[in-house]
Design a protein around this ligand. Sequence first.
Ligand code: GDP
Ligand code: MG
Length: 181
Amino acid sequence: MQAPHKEHLYKLLVIGDLGVGKTSIIKRYVHQNFSSHYRATIGVDFALKVLHWDPETVVRLQLWDIAGQERFGNMTRVYYREAMGAFIVFDVTRPATFEAVAKWKNDLDSKLTLPNGKPVSVVLLANKCDQGKDVLVNNGLKMDQFCKEHGFVGWFETSAKENINIDEASRCLVKHILANE
Ligand code: GDP
Ligand code: MG
């Protein structure tokens, strides 16, 4: 087999309020498992996911999880530095976590731009969809409108528990990052 021609390494951030499922999504995506007992340790955690994007392209995703700091509702520039994309996560069972989404997006956009000056690609994740939909997510048009207004490249209903749409959301993000380079 011929070796791939192109290799990309992307730092991706996973942000959003405490308890929305950030760690669970990363564990599901990278380690194919789920547990209802993740400790909210303080610090930053990394996980690596390798995607064989097409026969010529390998994409390595370095997923940055935050633990503890999200209770302040913002992160430092140093943490965001050199990220190429992000997932902003909310919990469909807790409307307040959706209200925090715009705040997270503003924090990110105010502290990070791509080397070419553009904002980084961000996908919105409506997590815990296995627990039933909230009114907002039920209204797909409203969500599309919200994404347009706030500059998200897309949104997905996800479940880390049932493994719903996490691969799809990641492919969407990577596709936009590749197109931006
Ligand atoms: P974080 O603080 O954003 O990292 O959130 P965690 O990943 O620690 O998840 C918080 C809680 O929500 C844990 O008890 C998880 O088991 C639970 N959880 C995370 N994702 C899902 C999901 O998709 N569905 C359900 N039902 N529970 C979830
Ligand atoms: Mg966590």
